[in-house]
Design a protein around this ligand. Sequence first.
Ligand code: HEC
Length: 144
Amino acid sequence: MSTTNPACLSSITAVLTALVLFAAIFSGMTVSDVTTNPVPTPSPTIDAVARGESLAYDMGCIGCHYIGSKTAAAFNGLYNSERLLTNETTVIADEVYLRESILDPRAKIPDGYARGIHPSDFRVRLSDQQIDYIIAYIISLADN
Ligand code: HEC
């Protein structure tokens, strides 16, 4: 009885070679898979300004606040500008002023615009973070 059948040995070698090749191909595929299809990383791709812009459209802000509007001031050039108020004082339109104007429109009325038109319910319709995004959008338009 022969224990080393040459035919058997060569088929074992063939199987081993196939395994090694398979492993090499498999690991090669894995590497190229990772480089061509990276795992998607969450969030930082969509930035605050873009979110704020779509909110400004979705919430109707742009329906009143657009260039040439007589209803309300455009967001363009608003940030850090000096606002004359109906009580004849002036204020710089910084983040604090923007937030207050969005949430509590009665607090300060810019000269030339009517009170009671800017919706007074954004406090319940927008989260703090959404307001931050809208402010980021308004800031991005500072030089426009
Ligand atoms: C129906 C029209 C209308 C809509 C919609 C509206 N606003 Fe206003 N907004 C006004 C008017 C009118 C004023 C000026 C009078 C006042 O302050 O109430 C104003 C004032 C402001 C101010 C102060 C601007 C200035 O001239 O100094 C900011 C900032 C502002 N709105 C942001 C927003 C944002 C952000 C939204 C959406 C989330 C929005 N508004 C939606 C009409 C509107």
